[in-house]
Write a protein that binds this ligand. Structure first.
Ligand code: GLC
Length: 424
């Protein structure tokens, strides 16, 4: 009953979906991510709903890069396409895409909505309409090789400086012992939204704010932000391979999971895979909050996460809303947490013994998840992707050594100042 289609940016969208699904009019279509176990978990959940309702669903797989996924969605939604009924959308998109989605509030009991983290419900509410129901939340965390830190006599680091020192030492010692491919630290350094998430963590943890403040003022060019980017640039070619400048989530996980890195920044999903039966590092991994940059900085991760929205152009809205309610339910979020380490958006699940047993860090790092730093998508609204694009490009230029952090951030500030007239 559940079929799967793949979509890429630039695809002839209508043709691609119709070719795969001859009975398109009778069938729902949901777009799902495919990072790690995402696609499988989505397919399993959808199949369970299909079996209950008898409604066939096409599961459409989308590009791993959230930036490419946005381009694809914009292309489809701008044409008013009815090919996809349910969209999996990033927490930063309600302001960009909200106009294309129906108000979901009437489809839920108020008590059900109250069970979800209030901040995400608020984030997803645009002009009084609930544009998407929270599905899973995310925050950047630090993965470390517990076995290697123990062997070399180190505690998990609490500052970036300590992280770099330990990374360098363990990398050198492991290489000397014949483990030549060992590197210190991997993260998401490709020029895309994931780099924005990493760089915001560096800057915020140095006390350098969040690019644009709550009042909509551009604040990114400040000494703490410069120091943060300089520090990150100093890792590249030392404790971090040059190749990181092309890494997204899965490339970083690939290196870490193969046993070739001491530390990794990633989202919680990497936990389940790192500890899977076939993982070379099963049982050797620890997770902590990301380090802080300065005494007045904080150990925070960037807030991420995904939500489910129903297209205004759908011909099967009722069924689509029912599917969304099923997928976002307590039971489904519980299953996804246990099987895939996807963080629930329902607070009570953080007290569920089975969820905590599968993911002890959900409890230990509860504050990290609740206090994660949000990207400025709320204040910059429809302009957020432009802001982020400028920010990740400035960061990428600093990391690859083509521009000093100082210059990259002062140029960025001028560009964002001009852009800020559109949201202030
Ligand atoms: C994760 C986060 C999402 C973020 C993306 C960046 O999928 O959940 O919010 O935009 O990573 O790569």
């Amino acid at each position: 009953m559940a079929t799967t289609t793949s979509l890429a940016v630039g695809a002839l969208v209508g043709a691609a979906v119709l070719a795969a699904t001859p009975a398109a009019a009778q069938q729902l279509a949901i777009s799902c991510g495919a990072v790690g176990q995402e696609l499988k978990l989505c397919r399993d959940g959808v199949a369970a709903w299909s079996a209950e309702t008898g409604v066939a669903v096409d599961v459409v797989s989308t590009p791993n890069s959230t930036s490419e996924r946005l381009a694809l969605y914009q292309q489809m939604l701008a044409s008013g396409s009815a090919d996809i009924d349910v969209y999996q959308i990033d927490v930063i998109w309600p302001g960009i895409l909200g106009a294309h989605f129906v108000d979901l509030a009437p489809a839920f009991e108020p008590a059900t909505l109250d069970g979800h983290f209030r901040t995400i419900i608020e984030n997803n509410t645009v002009d009084g309409e609930l544009k998407a129901i929270p599905w899973f939340t995310d925050a950047g965390v630090l993965y470390y090789r517990r076995d290697l830190l123990e062997a070399h006599g180190h505690e998990p680091p609490t500052t970036w400086e300590e992280m770099a020192t330990v990374a360098a030492e363990v990398q050198a010692a492991e290489r000397a012992a014949g483990n030549e491919r060992m590197t210190g630290y991997v993260f998401q350094g490709n020029a895309y939204e994931g780099l924005t998430c990493n760089a915001l963590e560096w800057i915020h943890s140095h006390g350098g704010g969040r690019i644009v403040n709550d009042a909509g003022e551009v604040t990114v060019d400040n000494p703490d932000a410069v120091a943060a980017l300089e520090e990150a640039a100093s890792w590249v070619g030392e404790i971090t391979p040059q190749g990181v400048l092309a890494y997204q989530e899965e490339e970083a996980r690939g290196v870490f999971q193969a046993g070739h890195a001491v530390f990794m920044r990633n989202w919680p999903y990497a936990w389940a895979l790192a500890n899977a039966e076939d993982s070379p590092i099963k049982g050797k991994v620890g997770v902590s909050a990301l380090p802080k940059g300065a005494e007045d900085g904080a150990r925070t991760g960037t807030l991420g996460g995904w939500n489910l929205a129903v297209s205004r152009y759908s011909d099967m809205r009722e069924e689509a809303m029912d599917l969304v309610a099923f997928l976002a339910s307590y039971e489904e979020q519980k299953r996804r947490a246990i099987e895939g380490a996807y963080n629930p958006t329902i607070a009570a699940l953080y007290e569920d013994a089975e969820v905590l047993e599968a993911n002890p860090f959900f409890g230990e790092l509860f504050d990290t998840f609740v206090n994660a730093v949000a990207r400025p998508s709320d204040v910059t609204g429809a302009r957020y992707n432009q802001v982020s694009t400028e920010f990740w490009n400035a960061t990428h230029n600093t990391l690859n050594g083509s521009m000093s952090a100082d210059r990259a951030l002062s140029q960025l500030e001028r560009k964002l100042e001009r852009l800020s007239r559109t949201w202030r």
